[in-house]
Design a protein around this ligand. Structure first.
Ligand code: NAG
Ligand code: NAG
Ligand code: NAG
Ligand code: NAG
Length: 288
């Protein structure tokens, strides 16, 4: 039974929220509880951005305990080699099919309706969309979100060099459903791989970043060519020759420690061509 009070509660908590990727394999689906009997359908713990934190705290959302709240044993985000996978980008678990049998979902991340050409841009001085959780003026301004993979089952063994960005979806976050393409990834070790959902918005609010932990696995893998060691990305909007080719690290931006990209406003880095990422599956990340 869907109560108005429930919707009101979900909307109230969305007001201060941002965006996360919701799917099987995610950490912190139940809030930050590691008690499997506790499941919080109306949680936005995974969606707050990371800002001005030390690496200890920003790394996989340790600031809110998400790195300590893995999915149930055996549950993974499944990445079909050379195929696609779909997750839900939303401001609260309530607005995904992971809660309330999906009764609060719409085509959008906030559980309400918007025009297809939703746009607040009318030249310099425009306000960003009233849904600040998307950090954008319109779809084409949405900066792009990405996934990275590490062939380490133990989240504690993941580091900047073994966590490689493998897929970029341009002009997201935008709609709730987001489909990412997978390159020719090899299979994961027995205990699976560790993945991260990534986003750096293009202004529209405080400079920040997102790095959300997942347990993931590669299905239908046929390749045995491993991913290469990840290099830090370089902002190259002004000079394409500076773009880093091949396996790249996530962007660490606007943190107190361990930022790995040197960009000052009004420029902002992002998972897009400005930092050397083409849209879609990253096919140049393998150790040849
Ligand atoms: C996370 O879990 C701890 C207990 O492990 C609790 O004290 C804390 O309040 C939780 N944080 C949030 C933001 O829910
Ligand atoms: C970042 O955090 C540090 C330490 O907590 C604080 O001293 C500093 O004022 C913060 N900087 C910004 C820009 O918020
Ligand atoms: C994956 O998505 C792309 C882009 O939307 C599409 O062209 C392609 O056919 C899809 N591939 C599979 C295997 O579904
Ligand atoms: C979307 O917003 C950007 C501002 O970043 C603007 O340049 C672009 O023209 C806008 N698109 C439309 C269709 O208004």
């Amino acid at each position: 039974m869907l109560h108005t009070a429930l919707l009101a509660a979900a909307l109230a908590s969305f007001a201060s929220a941002h965006t996360a990727a919701w799917a099987n394999g995610m950490y912190c689906r139940n809030g930050n509880s590691t008690d499997p009997s506790h499941s919080e359908p109306n949680t936005n713990l995974a969606v707050s951005p990371l800002y001005n934190l030390t690496k200890e705290d920003w790394w996989f959302q340790h600031d809110r305990g998400c790195d300590l709240a893995p999915p149930p044993t055996g549950e993974f985000l499944q990445l079909p080699a050379n195929g696609n996978f779909t997750v839900e980008l939303a401001h609260n678990r309530a607005f995904t099919t992971l809660s309330y049998d999906g009764k609060l979902t719409t085509a959008w991340p906030d559980g309400v309706q918007h025009p297809e050409d939703w746009n607040s841009w009318h030249g310099e001085g425009s306000e960003c969309l009233e849904d600040g959780a998307l950090h954008a003026f319109n779809q084409s301004h949405a900066a792009g979100t990405a996934w990275a993979i590490s062939y380490q089952s133990d989240i504690k063994k993941v580091n900047m060099e073994n966590l490689v960005v493998f897929s970029v979806l341009q002009h997201t976050p935008w709609k709730r459903l987001a489909t990412y393409q997978v390159p020719n990834l090899p299979k994961c070790p027995e205990g699976g791989c560790t993945c991260a959902w990534l986003w750096v918005p293009d202004k529209c609010g405080q400079s920040n970043m997102y790095m959300q932990p997942y347990k993931c696995t590669v299905t239908s893998a046929t390749s045995s060519v491993p991913v290469a060691k990840a290099q830090p990305p370089v902002y190259c909007a002004d000079d394409k020759s500076k773009c880093v080719k091949g396996a790249k690290q996530m962007i660490v931006y606007s943190q107190l420690t361990d930022n790995n990209i040197d960009v000052t406003r009004p420029a902002t880095p992002g998972y897009n061509e400005k930092c050397g990422w083409i849209a879609g599956p990253q096919r140049d990340i393998f150790a040849l």
